[in-house]
Design a protein around this ligand. Structure first.
Ligand code: IVH
Length: 670
């Protein structure tokens, strides 16, 4: 094959794989296969500079840095949207629209999520991407083409039948960062590099890099929902437009788009999305309702900056201002002292918030926060509320500086500050606060899973001296428990059963439960597959440990340091004497679910997601995040998301919670 043909073929194939992976979420090749094709293309291009093309996927790694961004004018302005603040505003929008059109006929609306990202406009000429511009002020934005080219889900050339391609089209949408990818990126950043406050800031910062090679390394994604100027194609409705986008390979907000001629159904759908916003992989701050038909939109027209045919419906805010009343210091199981903000209670996205984490002293300094300040509090996704900003203008001079204590608030021991760490730690091995944290961790879902052993109960057990070490958990008696607050006979008996069951949890979870530094769930499982018992693990030396695949020096050192502490050895001996007999990971054969992969979607009626995952793992199965052809089972609960649809198209077996129980041979409730 001639080099030219091979290069073209490789470029097409790689872009197809990019599309499958980034837009359809259905990988069609292994990483190794993809890398091999990519390398072959890079080598051929290097050998044939005359066949260079800026639309080659090899260019997605970024180009030489720019001096500055160039301003570009949008051919058609990027408008804003009017807001609807509650359900009646949505109904008013419908009534207004019909009145304006002078029609009693029902109007078809399309509802989409309002993505909290950075607005972007892509210009394609004869299907080729020629310009990407930020929204800017709506009239003029910045040319970020080099950066947009590195975003894998943005097609460099539109696909589909050539005949359908418009001569020129401006396609509008939003660049964003999925929440999980944002968290992973931030977690890997050191304090010095600086962490980003939220996915939106991160997206903006990444998209506005003069060096597109940096943008290329950021996990940016995009989706598209509107058209500006267009030549040579008639688009009759929002639904038809989204169909064109899909055919061209542009990502849209599937599966969250809905059309209906019934405004009440649209209102319901808005609330469904609001309730399920944490299940959406990216941040959304509302929904957008649009008149579907383009001809009706033409009649409705625009006000100065906002169209009459669309409205943005905001979700309840997750940001509120309140007063910082005090700072309390909490001591965790590792002894780390964490400042916790005590707040004047404030309603935030449906719950009342009265405390928030302040992380550590550096964070307090960064915020410049003082006691008595009015502060902005944010609650995002599943994370605990945090103080994000001080409203300095509201100060009256009576605010007080926050000081971290020199002594542990729980046991009065003098605290340590490790040289290269920002955290203060209590060094006392028998500090009651550390013990409480350790017991809670030991009993938690991912460790020994002692149902009913929550924070409040652990507090009582430690405060009353019933639990002085982890091993004491196994020595608890019915008489001790019934005496406690909020514990009846039934809950005491239930708890004792749960404790009994916890004695034979798999070794990996027990190792995790010990709370050894740097030993998370995954590392604990690796250790459990190498060492047959806790005793064997405690005898291991660093060389031994480092020889284990995936175990590095940091972990090896932490395990040995743990084993060398006399009180830890004693604790483990006590645990074993009290009946802890971890189930050893057999080289798993004969597990009912051996080698099977599972995806869970929706809310399971009784089990909880973690519990279902643990059940699957216990029987040799593997829970994974997204549905693909390789998935064996989809477990569905209430309000399943897009995964159900996808599983059905791919022919994946669908089960409910009881189906899962039957599959592993456990009776419901057991
Ligand atoms: S339509 C003329 N649809 O929200 C209509 N906008 O407040 C143009 N946005 O600047 C916008 N998700 O950046 C539309 N599904 C969606 C959207 C959306 C997010 C942003 C967009 C726009 C702003 C309007």
């Amino acid at each position: 094959m001639k080099a030219r043909d091979r290069i073209e073929k490789l470029r097409r194939r790689i872009e197809e794989l990019n599309h499958a992976y980034h837009v359809l979420d259905e990988p069609r090749a292994s990483d190794a296969e993809y890398d091999a094709l990519f390398r072959e293309l890079q080598e051929l291009e290097a050998a044939h500079p005359e066949l260079d093309s800026e639309n080659s996927p090899t260019r997605r790694v970024g180009a030489a840095p720019l001096e500055a961004f160039v301003a570009v004018e949008h051919r058609e302005p990027m408008l804003s949207l009017a807001n609807a603040l509650d359900d009646d505003d949505i109904r008013d929008f419908d009534a207004r629209t019909r009145k304006f059109l002078g029609s009693d006929d029902p109007i078809v609306y399309t509802l989409e999520p309002k993505v909290d990202g950075i607005g972007i406009s892509l210009t394609y000429e004869k299907g080729r991407l020629v310009l990407a511009a930020t929204r800017g002020d709506g009239t003029t934005g910045e040319d970020v083409t080099a950066n947009a080219r590195t975003i894998r889900c943005i097609p460099l050339e539109l696909g589909g039948p050539r005949a359908d391609l418009p001569a020129l089209i401006e396609i509008r949408g939003e660049v964003f960062t999925p929440v999980a990818a944002f968290k992973a990126f931030n977690d890997r950043r050191s304090e010095e590099e600086g962490r980003y406050a939220n996915p939106r800031n991160f997206t903006g910062g990444s998209l506005r890099q003069l060096d597109s090679r940096i943008t290329a390394q950021r996990p940016l994604e995009a989706l598209f929902y509107s058209v500006g100027h267009v030549e040579g194609l008639a688009i009759e409705s929002q639904s038809a437009m989204l169909d064109f986008f899909r055919a061209w390979g542009l990502p849209v907000a599937d599966p969250y788009v809905r059309s209906s001629a019934d405004i009440e159904e649209i209102v319901r759908r808005h609330h469904e999305l609001e309730d399920g916003r944490d299940e959406v992989p990216y941040e959304i701050d509302g929904t957008v309702i649009k008149v579907d038909e383009v001809e009706l939109r033409r009649v409705l027209g625009s006000r100065s900056r906002t169209p009459r045919w669309a409205v943005a419906c905001k979700f309840k805010s997750r940001e509120a201002s309140t007063r910082l009343l005090d700072v309390e210091i909490s001591v965790g199981r590792t002894g780390a002292l964490t400042p916790v903000a005590v707040l004047e209670p404030v309603a935030l996205g449906g719950v009342t918030v009265s405390s928030a984490s302040l992380h550590n002293m550096d964070e307090i300094e960064r915020l410049g926060v003082k006691i008595g300040d009015r502060v902005l509090v944010e609650r995002a996704g599943d994370v605990i509320p945090k103080v994000v900003k001080v409203l300095v203008g509201e100060r009256n001079g009576r605010e007080r500086t926050i000081a971290m204590p020199n002594r542990c608030p729980a046991c009065d021991a003098e605290v340590d500050r490790e040289p290269d760490e920002v955290v203060l730690r209590c060094p006392n091995v028998s500090c009651p606060a550390k013990l409480k944290g350790a017991v809670q961790h030991f009993a938690s879902k991912d460790a020994l899973e002692i149902e009913g052993m929550g924070e409040k109960l652990v507090e009582q057990l430690v405060d009353r001296g019933l639990v002085k070490s982890l091993a004491d958990v196994f020595g608890l008696r019915f008489e001790d428990l019934v005496e406690l607050e909020r514990m009846g006979e039934q809950s005491s008996r239930k708890l004792l059963t749960a404790i009994e069951r916890a004695k034979t949890r798999p070794l990996g979870r027990v190792i995790f439960g010990l709370g050894i530094r740097h030993v998370g769930e995954h590392v604990a499982e690796i250790l459990a597959s190498r060492y047959p018992s806790l005793e064997a693990l405690l005898e291991a030396d660093e060389d031994d440990l480092v020889a284990v695949h995936e175990i590095g020096e940091k972990v090896a050192h932490a395990v040995v340091a743990f084993a060398h502490e006399e009180h830890n050895r004693e604790m483990v001996a006590q645990l074993i004497a009290a009946g802890l007999a971890p189930e050893v990971a057999k080289k798993r054969t004969g597990g009912a679910l051996d080698g099977k992969t599972f995806v869970i979607t929706g809310t399971l009626p009784t089990m909880g997601r973690k519990e279902a995952e643990n059940l699957i793992k216990r029987h040799g199965g593997k829970p994974v995040g997204s549905v693909s052809k390789a998935t064996d089972y989809l477990v569905v609960g209430e309000k399943p998301g897009s995964k159900l649809k996808k599983a059905e198209t791919l022919g994946v077996t669908v089960l409910d919670e009881d189906g899962l129980r039957r599959l592993v041979g456990e009776a419901a409730g057991g």
